[in-house]
Design a protein around this ligand. Structure first.
Ligand code: DAH
Length: 346
């Protein structure tokens, strides 16, 4: 009977799962073509009595609807219309992707890297130490007398006052020298970059934190000539051949003799300008022969070993390289400033 067959095909369609374009096509061939099931049932419908027609007309139409809906749904998933045309809401897949902004290295990182690379080629290794230091490593071992003004509250951020061994934020990277020498045996040849802190009012020319690179070379028979040649080479590499250097006598508790090193002004090449205040020279670092007291404090025989040390501010070196006039720019994280420096793919 027609009614039974409609029921049977309805169940069949409800149970079929179409999983591929091939399934969909087979389904179409079975049910929807002119010699298919649906058309066949309609042909048969013509032959039944008018009484039956009244009942079955509606049932047959519902079956046809079901058969067509099933096909349509499956075709949306696997059918031709989906593979060849792109629907508007999905966007144009052939358009190039949206770019994202690449960051750039901070100028201080660029310069620190450059400094470290130059010394690495001379056989210096990189060493680091803690930013929270005790009095011994930051001051006492470095031969600071107890009443030295640098220990004063004005310069140092103290964290904890402990009789005789205060805890503070390190005021210079020279503390890493001490840690290095205490931990090992000569020879030492190390470069020590890091952040340091001083209790200063923030302005264009001073900041409460900044960055230094410390250098240390300790071995038998190290002389001031070695110090001069090493630093001369460093300056030629960093600022270019022909950059002049000069050493002026100075004082640091941890070196004897001590000196400050100037280079010929990178802006006016020694002619005299605003930056060098007309002198043609700019100071870039402090240095000297490691004081025998410091060697002894670190357990090194000062009769057998000698060494040189130097320390420079990375901000100062960077200012001279890029002509940056305000120190505050380094810590404001303004992308208009930061994006002016070379982008590196890391
Ligand atoms: N620690 C000194 C400072 O912060 C810089 C310095 C000078 C380091 C002379 C040295 C040195 O190692 O020999 O100003």
């Amino acid at each position: 009977m027609l009614q039974d067959r409609i029921k049977q095909y309805t169940e069949e369609i409800e149970q079929i799962t179409l999983l591929s374009a091939a399934d969909v096509e087979n389904y179409r061939l079975k049910f929807l073509v002119s010699k298919g099931v649906v058309k066949g049932l309609f042909e048969e419908f013509k032959t039944v009595s008018s009484e039956e027609k009244r009942v079955l007309g509606k049932v047959l139409n519902e079956f046809k609807q079901l058969a067509e809906n099933k096909y349509q749904e499956a075709q949306e998933l696997f059918g031709k219309s989906n593979t060849n045309t792109v629907k508007l809401e999905e966007g144009d897949l052939t358009l190039p992707g949206e770019g994202f902004q690449l960051g750039s290295r901070h100028p201080l990182s660029l310069v620190r890297k450059e400094i470290v690379e130059i010394f690495k080629k001379l056989g210096f290794v990189v060493a680091e130490g803690p930013e929270i230091e005790d009095d011994w490593h930051n001051f006492s071992a470095l031969n600071f007398p107890p009443e030295h003004p640098a220990r004063d509250m004005q310069d140092t951020f103290f964290i904890k006052k402990q009789d005789g061994n205060d805890i503070a934020l390190r005021t210079h990277t020279s503390s890493v020298q001490v840690r290095l020498m205490e931990a090992g045996k000569p020879p030492f040849r190390a470069i020590m970059p890091g952040r340091v802190y001083r209790n200063e009012a923030i302005s264009a020319r001073a900041h409460c934190f900044f960055h230094q690179v410390e250098g240390l070379y300790v071995d038998e028979d190290v002389s001031f000539a070695d110090l001069k040649q090493t630093l001369f080479h460093f300056v030629q590499e960093l600022y270019g051949e022909g950059t002049k250097v000069r050493f002026r006598p100075s004082y640091f508790p941890f070196t004897e003799p001590s000196a400050e090193m100037d280079i010929s002004c990178t802006i006016c090449k020694g002619q005299g300008c605003q930056l060098c205040k007309g002198s043609g020279w700019v100071e870039i670092l402090g240095c000297g022969m490691v004081d025998p007291n410091v060697l002894e404090n670190c357990g090194i025989d000062s009769k057998k070993y000698s060494g040189f040390a130097f320390g420079m501010g990375i901000e100062r070196i960077t200012n001279l390289k890029y002509e940056i006039k305000d120190l505050r720019l380094f810590s404001e994280n303004d992308v208009r400033f930061l994006s002016q420096f070379e982008t590196e793919i890391i």
